[in-house]
Design a protein around this ligand. Structure first.
Ligand SMILES: Nc1ncnc2c1ncn2[C@@H]1O[C@H](COP(=O)(O)OP(=O)(O)OP(=O)(O)O)[C@@H](O)[C@H]1O
Ligand SMILES: [Mg+2]
Length: 413
C-alpha cells in the first residue's frame, strides 16, 4: 500500500488505452491509419511535438491494443551507429510486414525509436544514417518520436517518414484529466486551482500532473492559493509569444489556431490584448472595430465561467477577429506587458477565494448565510483579530493561519 502511494501519478495514470490518450485527435487518427495501412504508405512514421503530450504513451497504448511487441530504443541513450545497429538491426528482420498487417491476434514487431532528436551534433551523423538504413531495410514498421523535427540533422529522416504532428494539449482537456485524478486520489481541489495548473503547464500534461501531485498529495486538498508559486513560471515567455503571434496574424484562422494551443491565462491575455490594441491599430476606425471584437470576446469569457468550455470557440473567434481587422497594416511594435494590472487581477481572484472560505467557516459556526457572514460578521471578526491575532476566536472558527493573516491585513492589498 505504501508503495502504491509513492508512485508518480504520471506513471500511475499513464493511459493504457488509445482512447484515454487525451487530445490530438487528428494526430492519433493519422497514426492509427498509418499503422493499419502501412503496406501502402511509408514504412516509418515520425511523431513529433512538444514534451508531455502523449507521444510515447500513444505508441505504448497502441501496442497493447494491437497486441504487438515493441522493440524499444531510446535514441538519446544509444547514439552511435554501432549501438543503434546492435539493437535495431536484428529487430528489423523478425517479422515481415505481411505477417504483421491486420493480424491483431498474432501481433508482430514494431521498432520504436523514441526521442530521435537526442541524436546530437555532427559526430553523431552516423546515428541518423544508421536509422535511415534501418528504415530502408526494415521489414517491420518503424515508429519514431521527437520533440523538434526542424533540427537540421533530422532532415534526412523527415524525407522517409510520414510526419505526424502533435500539439500542446488544450487547457480544458487537461483540466478534465486533473479533475479525474483528483477524484481517484480523493483530493478536494478548487476549480480555479486546477485551471491555473493547466494553464501554467503550457499544454504539457506530464508537468500538469506532476504539479498537481506535488501540490496536493500531502493534504489531499488544493486551493488557488496553493498554486500561487506556480503562476509566474514560464508565464512571461508564453504571454509574449502569444501576443506576438496574435498581433502579427495574417488571418482569423491563424489566430484561432494560436489561441487554442497557447497556455496563457485567458483573462490575462484579454487584458494584454486590450492594452496593446492602440499600438497595433493606428487607424481610428480599425481600432474601434478591433475593440468591438474584443468586447464580444470578453462577454463570451464571462459566459464560459468555470464550466461552459464549449463556448470557448466563440471566445477564440471573437478575439481572432480582433487580430485580423487589417493584417496588411501590421508593423512590429514593443508590447506593453502590464504585470501590475495582471497581478491586481490575480490578487482579486485569490482574495475572493480566501474570503469565500472564511465566510463558509463563519456560516457553519454561526448558522448564517454567506452574505450575512461577509457583510456583518467579517468586519467585526477582523477588528477583533487585528487587536488580538491570537484570539481563541480564530481556533473556534477553525481559521487557518493564512486566513487569520488575510483577515488582519484585509484592506491593505
Ligand atoms: N494525451 C495525454 N493523455 C493522458 N495523459 C497524458 C497525455 N500526455 C501525457 N500524459 C501523461 O504524461 C506522461 C508523459 O507522457 P508521454 O511520455 O507520452 O509524453 P511525450 O509526448 O512522449 O513527451 P516527451 O516528448 O517528453 O517524450 C504520461 O505518463 C501520462 O501520465
Ligand atoms: Mg516521449
Amino acid at each position: 500500500m505504501q508503495k502504491q502511494s509513492n508512485l508518480l501519478w504520471v506513471e500511475k495514470y499513464r493511459p493504457k488505452k488509445i482512447e484515454d490518450v487525451t487530445g490530438n485527435d487528428e494526430a492519433k487518427a493519422l497514426f492509427l491509419e498509418w499503422l493499419k495501412n502501412k503496406k501502402h504508405t511509408r514504412k516509418a512514421v515520425l511523431l513529433y511535438g512538444p514534451p508531455g503530450v502523449g507521444k510515447t504513451t500513444l505508441v505504448m497504448a497502441t501496442a497493447r491494443e494491437f497486441n504487438f511487441s515493441v522493440i524499444e530504443m531510446n535514441a538519446s541513450d544509444t547514439r552511435s551507429e554501432k549501438a543503434i545497429n546492435a539493437v535495431a538491426k536484428p529487430a528489423t528482420s523478425y517479422t515481415s510486414l505481411d505477417n504483421f498487417s491486420g493480424a491483431a491476434k498474432t501481433g508482430g514487431n514494431v521498432l520504436f525509436l523514441d526521442e530521435v532528436d537526442g541524436i546530437a551534433g555532427n559526430e553523431d551523423r552516423g546515428g541518423v544514417n544508421a536509422i535511415l538504413k534501418i528504415v530502408e531495410e526494415s521489414l517491420v514498421p518503424v515508429i519514431m518520436a521527437a520533440n523538434d523535427p526542424d533540427i537540421e540533422k533530422l532532415r534526412p529522416l523527415k524525407k522517409v517518414c510520414l510526419l505526424v504532428r502533435f500539439h500542446q494539449v488544450r487547457i480544458p482537456l487537461i483540466i478534465a484529466l486533473l479533475q479525474k485524478i483528483c477524484v481517484l486520489e480523493h483530493v478536494k481541489a478548487e476549480f480555479e486551482a486546477l485551471e491555473r495548473i493547466a494553464q501554467n503547464s503550457r499544454g504539457d500534461v506530464r508537468s500538469a500532473i506532476n504539479d498537481l501531485q506535488s501540490l496536493s498529495e500531502e493534504n489531499h486538498s488544493l486551493t488557488l492559493q496553493d498554486t500561487m508559486m506556480l503562476s509566474s513560471r514560464n508565464k512571461d515567455i508564453s504571454m509574449d509569444d502569444t501576443l506576438r503571434g496574435f498581433f502579427s496574424a495574417q488571418s482569423i484562422a491563424d489566430t484561432s489556431r494560436l489561441l487554442s494551443y497557447s497556455s496563457v491565462d485567458y483573462d490575462d491575455f484579454l487584458l494584454s490584448v486590450a492594452d496593446n490594441l492602440p499600438k497595433r491599430y493606428l487607424d481610428a476606425t480599425e481600432l474601434a472595430k478591433a475593440f468591438d471584437h474584443v468586447s464580444k470576446a470578453d462577454v463570451f469569457r464571462g459566459r464560459i465561467g468555470t464550466e461552459n468550455w464549449h463556448l470557448l470557440k466563440y471566445f477564440f473567434n471573437a478575439l481572432a477577429e480582433a487580430s485580423a481587422v487589417n493584417p496588411a497594416s501590421y508593423k512590429p511594435f514593443t508590447f506593453i506587458t502590464p504585470p501590475i494590472r495582471i497581478m491586481t487581477l490575480f490578487w482579486t481572484k485569490g482574495k475572493r477565494t480566501m474570503l469565500d472560505a472564511i465566510c463558509d467557516k463563519i456560516g457553519a459556526q454561526c448558522h448564517v448565510s454567506h452574505q450575512i457572514a461577509r457583510e456583518q460578521y467579517v468586519p467585526y471578526i477582523r477588528l477583533i483579530l487585528q487587536k488580538k491575532p491570537k484570539s481563541p476566536l480564530a481556533a473556534w472558527f477553525k481559521f487557518t493561519p493564512e486566513e487569520v493573516d488575510f483577515l488582519v491585513k484585509m484592506g491593505r492589498f
